[in-house]
Design a protein around this ligand. Sequence first.
Ligand SMILES: [Fe+2]
Length: 276
Amino acid sequence: MIRLLHIADLHFGREHRPLVDAFTEYCVSSPPDLIVATGDFTQGARRKEFAAARQFFDALPSPVIGAPGNHDVPSRALDHRFFTPWQRFERVLGGRIDPRVQTDIVLGETLHTARRAQMRLDWSLGRVSRADALILSRKLEAGAQPVKFVACHHPLIAPGGSRGRAKTKRGEDAADILAQSADLVLTGHLHETFALPREGMGHVCWFVGASTTFSERTRDEPSGFNEILIEADRMELIHHESREAKSFVPARRYELPRRPGDSPPKAVDLSDHAAR
Ligand SMILES: [Fe+2]
């Protein structure tokens, strides 16, 4: 079994320190095989925010894979934004966060969906190219590992379909392509936990969103993170939620079948168990 923790939208600069400490303690006491961090490490891509993020990751006991988000592109230093948008991310976090992971069991790749500028008003939204998705899909297909996943910041699909909140340019196309080769596509940005299935070649690919792990910028749901347990024939997602803004407790469990036709997903509320 593989056990990975999916964290997102850390927003250092607006982090809630007791939850940073609670997450670190959870990881140290029960180290996962892998941590997947799906972007927005900082609030404004400032050097001190990246430094705080680096300090956080250095205290964790597990390998980390991840990709930057729209908040990790400098917004005020326009020379950096347009000419070296990823320099701060790569200089500070590049030595700790890998763009891919490859073991006998797991093959994970990342995809950049944040852009320095776009031909639309809202530059915070994501964009993915069909060519990038195809290249990534071929890399995954070439791997013999039984578990394959992609991590990126913006959701390729999200609850509500094309009228929902995903709004990632060409996200639906990329989702169709990646569903053929990936078992999981892990994303952030919406600060919303979800798990949506899409059938691939004889398997089911799950598109999973995470809430913000510990930033003060919560939206409709509290801070939290996803724990994902992967076995040969099934996956399980346990969403941990903040309690009283100082600790995390298991809140919901989702069964994620890996084969088409298996029983549909259902969320089980764990909060009563957690309260005992
Ligand atoms: Fe974002």
